[in-house]
Ligand binder design. Structure first.
Ligand code: C2E
Ligand code: CA
Ligand code: CA
Length: 626
């Protein structure tokens, strides 16, 4: 070759190489695009290869080493522009020599198939294939990933033999790599998609999980989505109803019901909501449309029906559901988590209300609940840290002004050192059941303290201790009282328990039995807050009671309110005639005290004399008893 011809040839070859590179760069850009599927990538690769190498067909074959076969998974015909034309997916035997060669080289170039040694007699099918497709020259590039042979991409030149240039071969080799890369990208994308699916779905029902629902809710809560109606979230809590004959049924163990319910809901609610499984037995749904309260309630009713149906179909007739609805308008700030939680809280409330009920989240109720929960915890802490105290409010004899008895009242020194009165927390203690432990402690502490009170004329003051309904119903009360008395050495006759009408009237005959046992210990019983309850005087006759504490509301109006005066007079008369003691509560003025004297009431308690005091202050101020 002359130097000139050589230069021209070099220039030519440089231009070809650049053309090949351009084609590869453009191809890479397209393959990496997020929207590019594997099928599209393979089509692009084949087209680019056919155009760039100027061949009629480009086919991608998948190798099956176990079967020693090649199966065409993509075929492109340049003259017709057809991808995967009918019959493209042929399978050919893969000669072991050919396979071994593919495994080793970058490309196999065949300038003239008629002189190709690799096609032996045993490869008649391959020969026939080549003839059928009029193949004259071939450039085959292996497709490898991590050293493993996956397949081969064949560039088929037809009709005339052709000599492949080194640039053609280099390009074909790269095309093989691109097929491997496209397959790898697709494998990773599907693994990512699968992972993402698993992360966001519940494995049992394949419904979205709570995280997924949170995302959807968060998006829906964005300012441009919400209007004044706001978003609703519905929580559905499945529960098994106890069946008396076979014990409590357990929904957990019955995945069948759960799956049936999930399927029923999915099929019936369709695309109008996002349905998620948010707990073991809990589903939540977020309607895609903003709902008014009645619409949300209707939807909830519909869900209850669907769940009952599918539970019954699955043979679980006793399964129920509690439904809670929450609206985003009740949120102080838009928060998906808070919305879903509120719906769940509402469902818990529905559950307490009974079978198959629905509740709408009530922000006011919830705030109250929060405050109560915090108070309860703080109270438990105070109890554990011995920051509870007992104060004593004296009861005065109106005739001589002496200290006749004292009522033990619970006090709490909070973290700031402030003394909180029982009225602020006793309800929480009762509702939570904490009152049982607290009451036992008060009883022990007060008996211990009262045993030290000084005598006057050989008599020491009475100790009055409050017992709430919750304590009264608790089996250990009588034993607790006996133990407090014996430990302190306080004579039983100096102890008087205060009970309310409500505590006694829940089950009057049981109450009478307990009162009898208590009185058998030698102590007294007073009826607290007398006049505020049912005020049925009938039970006074049947219950062993020693004293009535006239509620403060009848004292407040004395002496001017004619009704209060009449009531106080009547009670005083009744008491005198039946031998009961009467104590007036909440006496705040001298006028009230005088009116009480005039009515014949002898014992009074109230701010006029003293608030509840620590024991030593009480003793210092009031000294010995009358
Ligand atoms: P209660 O048994 O009716 O106790 C009387 C309440 O009225 C006490 O409030 C007392 O401080 C308050 N009080 C006394 N004199 C006056 C007055 O002149 N004017 C006014 N406005 N109030 C007066 P406290 O200590 O807040 O107790 C509230 C309730 O908590 C008690 O009502 C009682 O039911 C309950 N309680 C207190 N200590 C205990 C306890 O150790 N165990 C149980 N089970 N309940 C307790
Ligand atoms: Ca009381
Ligand atoms: Ca009272």
């Amino acid at each position: 070759m002359s130097t000139d011809a050589q230069a021209v040839n070099n220039l030519d070859r440089g231009a070809w190489a650049r053309r090949h590179n351009h084609a590869l760069v453009a191809l890479a850009r397209q393959i990496w695009h997020a929207d590019c599927t594997l099928a599209t990538a393979l089509a692009l690769i084949c087209e680019t290869a056919a155009d760039t190498l100027d061949v009629e067909r480009v086919n991608i074959w998948k190798v099956d080493t176990a079967q020693s076969t090649l199966r065409c998974i993509h075929g492109y015909e340049r003259s017709t522009g057809l991808h995967n034309a009918p019959g493209y997916d042929e399978t050919l035997d893969c000669d072991s020599a050919y396979g071994a060669q593919l495994d080793e080289v970058r490309v196999i170039d065949t300038a003239d198939v008629t002189r190709d040694g690799t096609v032996s007699a045993s490869q008649a099918a391959l020969g026939a294939y080549r003839q059928r497709h009029r193949i004259c020259s071939l450039l085959d590039a292996p497709i490898r990933s991590e050293g493993e042979l996956l397949g081969v991409i064949c560039h088929e030149h037809i009709d005339t033999p052709r000599t492949w240039t080194p640039e053609d071969e280099a390009f074909a080799g790269s095309i093989g790599d691109y097929v491997a890369m496209a397959q790898e990208i697709s494998r990773r994308r599907s693994a990512e998609t699968q992972l993402r699916f698993l992360e966001r779905h519940d494995p049992d029902t394949e419904l979205p999980n709570r995280d997924h629902l949170l995302e959807v809710t968060q998006l829906a809560l964005l300012p441009n989505h919400a209007n004044d109606v706001g978003l609703a979230a519905i929580h559905l809590q499945l529960e098994a109803q106890p069946v008396t004959h076979s014990g409590a049924a357990d929904i957990d163990s019955d995945t069948g019901v759960l799956l049936a319910v999930a399927e029923k809901l999915r099929a019936n609610l369709g695309e109008t909501v996002t349905l998620a499984r948010v707990r073991d037995d809990g589903f939540a749904l977020l309607p895609h449309r903003q709902l008014h309260e009645t619409e949300a309630l209707n939807l909830a009713e519909h869900c209850i029906e669907l769940i009952q149906q599918s539970a019954a179909d699955a043979g679980m007739h006793h399964a129920g559901v509690s439904v809670g609805i929450a609206f985003s308008r009740d949120l102080a700030a838009p928060s998906a988590d808070a919305l879903l939680r509120n719906a769940e809280l509402a469902s818990q409330r529905a559950r307490r209300g009974g079978h198959n009920r629905c509740e709408v989240f009530d922000a006011e109720h919830h705030r109250g609940l929060l405050v109560r929960m915090r108070t309860e915890q703080a109270l438990r802490d105070a109890f554990a840290e011995q920051r509870l105290l007992v104060y004593y409010q004296p009861e005065i004899n109106l005739d001589d002004g002496h200290w006749h008895a004292a009522e033990a009242l619970l006090r709490w020194r909070d973290e700031d050192g402030r003394i909180r009165v029982a009225g602020e927390f006793i309800e929480v203690a009762e509702a939570s059941g904490l009152i049982v432990a607290l009451g036992r402690w008060v009883l022990t502490e007060a008996c211990r303290v009262a045993s030290t009170w000084p005598q006057r004329d050989g008599v020491a003051p009475l100790l009055r201790v409050n017992v709430s309904a919750r304590q009264f119903e608790q089996a250990g009360l009588v034993a607790d009282v006996a133990s407090a008395l014996s430990t302190s050495g306080l004579p039983p006759s100096r102890l008087c328990l205060e009970l309310t009408e409500t505590a006694l009237l829940r089950d009057p005959s049981a109450a009478a039995a307990i009162l009898t046992r208590l009185r058998a210990l030698g102590l007294g019983i007073a009826l607290d807050d007398f006049g505020t309850g049912f005020s049925s005087l009938a039970y006074l006759k049947d219950l062993p009671i020693d004293a009535l504490k006239l509620d403060q509301r009848f004292i407040a109006g004395l002496p001017d309110d004619r009704y209060d005066l009449a009531i106080v007079q009547a009670v005083a008369t009744l008491a005198r005639q039946t031998g009961l003691d009467v104590i007036a509560e909440g006496v705040e003025t001298e006028k009230q005290a005088q009116a009480l004297r005039d009515c014949g009431v002898v014992h009074a308690q109230g701010y006029l004399y003293a608030r509840a005091l620590p024991c030593d202050e009480l003793v210092a101020r009031f000294g010995g008893a009358a």
